[in-house]
Ligand binder design. Structure first.
Ligand SMILES: Nc1ncnc2c1ncn2[C@@H]1O[C@H](COP(=O)(O)OP(=O)(O)OP(=O)(O)O)[C@@H](O)[C@H]1O
Ligand SMILES: Cc1ncsc1CCO
Ligand SMILES: [Mg+2]
Length: 267
């Protein structure tokens, strides 16, 4: 069964009532992720201190947690925020950046998974490793194709009772039972740092807009990136001009165009 409402309707609803999205993301991503949310119609707040992250998660409509530039203090803030989001029934999204790389990250991601993220968004190497498979990942960039992560994503979704989104050339979203592929985007997207981290924040923004349909909102966020990425690539001379064109393309995209152009198919 697909969403009751369309991706385009969700985008319009988000703009009508911009959700406050609590983003705990990394130093690299903070600026571009906030701009991606603003261009899409959401209201971002980057709040990570352990002293306030739990309290802030109670105010925001959704939380996103990204372990890209981790420290013990940040991890304390992430745990407090995830607990607060979970206990108040708000959606929270985990981005397990390079979780396979070090013992510190592996332990951090295990702790966060125990706090039951409602959505997990990662690249193929991250999702394969999270499901216990053989990943070729080393650093933050994927070294595996999405097709090879599809079974891992289904297993992880079942195990965690969460929506799992794998991104790359063709994206994949599953809740363990249903699954879709989303085509689009541009080869320039992985050439701009932290677009995946920014997408994780946008997944949170869409989840805040229609928390009763987290499969549909996750597809909507990924489809938004896919269509805006195609638009930004037109006329981009390289990663630099792509980055600013991408913000403009997000802001210019409307619900009707998103529905007409999104290439989503059942997997
Ligand atoms: N080869 C590609 N062709 C089209 N779109 C792509 C390609 N690679 C990635 N994308 C798109 O780029 C966006 C970010 O996904 P990606 O998988 O690169 O995230 P990531 O590796 O977590 O990025 P980062 O860690 O730098 O934030 C997604 O919208 C995805 O669909
Ligand atoms: C480059 C980089 N290093 C840690 S996080 C990050 C952003 C992309 O994941
Ligand atoms: Mg990433």
């Amino acid at each position: 069964m697909q969403s009751k409402t369309t991706s385009g309707a969700m985008l319009e609803a988000m703009r009508e009532k911009p959700p406050l999205v609590h983003c705990i993301t990394n130093y690299v991503a903070m600026n571009i992720a906030a701009n991606v949310l603003l261009a899409s119609g959401a209201s971002p707040a980057m709040v990570h201190a352990a002293e306030e992250a739990g309290e802030f998660a109670g105010i925001a409509s959704a939380l996103t947690v990204n372990i890209g530039t981790l420290s013990t203090q940040w991890l304390d803030g992430m745990r407090a925020a995830a607990k607060a989001a979970a206990s108040s029934g708000k959606p929270w999204v985990l981005d397990p950046v390079a979780h396979y790389a070090t013992a510190f990250r592996r332990q951090a991601v295990a702790d966060l998974l125990a706090l039951k993220p409602t959505i997990i968004r990662g690249n193929a190497s991250e999702i394969i490793a999270l499901a216990g498979g053989e990943s070729r990942g080393q650093g933050v960039d994927s070294r595996d194709p999405v097709e090879q992560a599809e079974d891992s994503a289904r297993r992880l979704a079942e195990r965690q009772q969460a929506i799992v989104a794998v991104t790359g050339a063709v994206d994949f979203v599953t809740d363990g039972a249903r699954a879709v592929r989303i085509k689009g985007g541009s080869v320039l997207m992985p050439q701009v740092t932290a677009l995946g981290c920014s997408l994780t924040c946008l997944v949170g923004a869409f989840a805040a807009t229609a928390p009763e349909d987290l499969f549909g909102t996750t597809v909507a966020a990924l489809a938004t990136f896919a269509v805006a990425g195609e638009d930004a690539a037109l006329g981009a001379a390289g990663p630099g001009s792509f980055a600013w064109r991408f913000l403009d393309a997000l802001a210019a995209l409307d619900g009707e165009a998103l529905d007409a152009r999104a290439r989503v198919s059942i997997a």
